[in-house]
Design a protein around this ligand. Structure first.
Ligand code: ITT
Length: 194
């Protein structure tokens, strides 16, 4: 249930090895519902439910974002909106730097985390949500050409390069999205073996 090509790529990369065919809401031309929830989980459920109802299939939605400790968790669920109508993440990353500076802090090395909530919803409206988090630090100026969104300013804990400087496979071993997926798969594995 996504219209974001970066997410589509990463989600497909996680689902295809399970033998699943991936059709994105963007591919199907489904409308984007208003994301008016107050948490990542609530917004993921809004998107999954809308896509499940519109398509008649199980739908998986991802709501995610970057939460900066020094900004009280902003941009958080507003991560896409900080990039504006034109989805300009250079502008969004600049705003993060400026808002940290406005608090009299040095943006370099500020603690932050990427959060991903997944919602898997059936057309009858039953859903389950799973969350994954990766902590790290901000680094400026933006570095790297891989990935999408805020990847060029985020260095995951224990590493020295930004997500955008890592290959897709390396990001996959660490990311909030992979962690939320792992939680979802673990849930269904346990259910299967029960
Ligand atoms: P859909 O709702 O159609 O899925 P979106 O881009 O609007 O796409 P969100 O509302 O969940 O999705 O916004 C999340 C934003 O957070 C997204 O636009 C990215 O810029 C950022 N983000 C999420 N995961 C990211 C990642 O792995 N790397 C970099 N930025 C990420």
């Amino acid at each position: 249930a996504t219209h974001n090509p970066g997410k589509r790529r990463e989600v497909a990369d996680l689902l295809v090895p399970l033998g699943l065919e991936v059709l994105a809401a963007g591919d199907l031309g489904l409308p984007e519902p208003e994301e008016n929830g107050d948490s990542f989980e609530a917004n993921a459920r809004i998107k999954a439910l809308a896509a499940a109802k519109a398509s008649g299939h199980m739908a998986l939605a991802d709501d995610s974002g970057l939460a900066v400790d020094a900004l009280g968790g902003a941009p958080g669920i507003y991560s896409a909106r900080w990039a504006g109508e034109s989805k300009d993440f250079t502008l969004a990353m600049k705003r993060i730097r400026e808002e940290i500076e406005a608090k009299g802090r040095n943006p370099e090395g500020q603690a932050a985390q990427f959060v991903c909530a997944l919602s898997l919803c059936s057309p009858d409206g039953n859903s389950l949500e799973f969350t994954g988090v990766i902590r790290g630090a901000l680094s400026f100026p933006p570095r790297g050409d891989n990935g999408f969104g805020y990847d060029p300013i985020f260095i995951p804990e224990g590493h020295r390069r930004t997500f955008a400087q890592m290959s897709a496979d390396e990001k996959k071993t660490l990311s909030h999205r992979s962690r939320a997926f792992a939680a979802m798969l673990e849930h269904y594995r346990q259910k299967e073996s029960a």
